[in-house]
Write a protein that binds this ligand. Structure first.
Ligand code: FNR
Length: 364
């Protein structure tokens, strides 16, 4: 199918499905348990409306911004997703090339199909790539991983904090995809938590005892790099993250793959506006949102509520699965076009002008 047939982001999912083996499809598309967080992540955007302003000059629109100091063509980055190579032979390198063409930051997963070395080698001149990590129980092992990412030139370190144990991914369990080793050796193994809870499982490579001090451990081993906490689900933890020295947070429920019924991130952002607006729109601390974002208007709504940028996971997997780097670039272009159109119709010309006054959140 020609890439010109792709008009909106959801088309990538529709067309990628037939090219994905069932196990890969289940792994990529699944949420946890009843998939309630996953569904609500996008459904909540449908309940937020705009209050557009008219009679303004919107001839020149600028969607560019900075994500952790890196110039970005739109307020968007590629969220880290594991195992892109289950379908796309280039794996995450396809995303690296597409992200370069589209001018946005890629965050590489700790459990990617391609190693950080391979991705760093595939970069275009000047391109930045961030690295996401899960915390190893042995902090010396974790520290060595951070040092390696630092030495390889990672732009920032994103510590995922919502995965102290693995959520119950029902569909994935049926297909047992996790038994397949990731190519560079980060095999996923599951061990029972306790005799009493044989049904519960966890990643042996995840730590169940993450603490706020771990932020300083990362900073010590990656001097000068921004540290981002990914997977915050309550506004109080944004305040604590900032106090603990994090440079940014991602409001996220892991695309509905960890705690089912964890709040949709847009609601967490709304709560942050209500309770701790001082954490938003700061020069020294950024707030990102991911989960269910598929349209330019979704991006715009999150920005109006004070997000500095948004992350997308699945759409880039599907775009890369079907069309490689071109698909990734096309996904970015679609969102950019939609964002530009929507900004003009809203009556704004750059993203600094956005604020909650442009939204009707009465049904959030
Ligand atoms: C993820 N996500 C994720 N997050 C992370 O920090 N490390 C990881 O390795 C992965 N792996 C992963 C695999 C797959 C298949 C998916 C779908 C997601 C979560 C991801 O970064 C992001 O939070 C969500 O994907 C955002 O939701 P959407 O855009 O997929 O709806």
């Amino acid at each position: 199918l020609g890439i010109d047939s792709i008009i909106v982001l959801d088309d990538f999912e529709k067309y990628a499905r037939p090219v994905c083996p069932a196990s890969a499809w289940d792994y990529y598309s699944t949420g946890v348990e009843g998939e309630n967080s996953m569904k609500e992540n996008s459904a909540i955007y449908d309940r937020v409306f705009f209050r557009p302003r008219v009679m303004r000059d919107v001839s020149d629109v600028d969607t560019s911004t900075k994500v952790l100091g890196v110039s970005s063509s739109i307020p968007l980055y590629v969220s880290p997703t594991a195992r892109n190579g289950l379908v796309q032979p280039m794996g995450e390198v396809a995303v690296t090339k597409g992200a370069a063409a589209g001018g946005i930051l890629q965050v590489l997963s700790h459990v990617a199909s391609k190693s950080l070395e391979e991705v760093m080698k595939a970069r275009s001149k000047g391109q930045q790539v961030a690295w996401q990590m899960y915390m190893k129980p042995d902090r010396e092992v974790a520290a060595a991983e951070v040092r390696k990412a630092y030495e390889l030139g990672a732009q920032s370190i994103w510590l995922t904090v919502d995965t102290v144990v693995l959520g119950k991914r029902t569909r994935e369990r049926y297909t047992q995809v996790e038994k397949q080793p990731a190519p560079h050796g980060t095999k996923l193994t599951r061990v029972p938590c306790s005799r009493e809870a044989q049904a519960l499982t966890r990643h042996s490579r995840h730590d169940t005892n993450l603490t706020w001090e771990d932020i300083q451990m990362i900073k010590k081993n990656a001097p000068g790099l921004p540290v981002v906490l990914k997977g915050v689900g309550a506004w109080e933890d944004v305040v604590l993250a900032q106090q603990a020295g994090a440079d940014a947070v991602v409001l996220s429920n892991h695309g509905g793959r960890q705690l089912d019924y964890a709040n949709p991130p847009l609601k967490t952002l709304y709560d942050l506006n209500e309770n701790a607006p001082q954490c938003l729109r700061r020069p020294d601390f950024q707030v990102f949102v991911d989960g269910g974002i598929r349209r330019g208007t979704d991006v715009l709504k999150a920005l109006c509520l004070g997000a500095n940028a948004v992350g997308l996971g699945r759409p880039f997997i599907y775009a890369a699965a079907g069309w490689g780097p071109d698909g990734v670039e096309k996904a970015i272009m679609i969102l950019r076009e939609e964002l530009e159109i929507s900004m003009r119709l809203l009556g704004v010309t750059n993203i600094d002008q956005l604020g909650p006054e442009y939204l009707n959140c009465s049904r959030i």
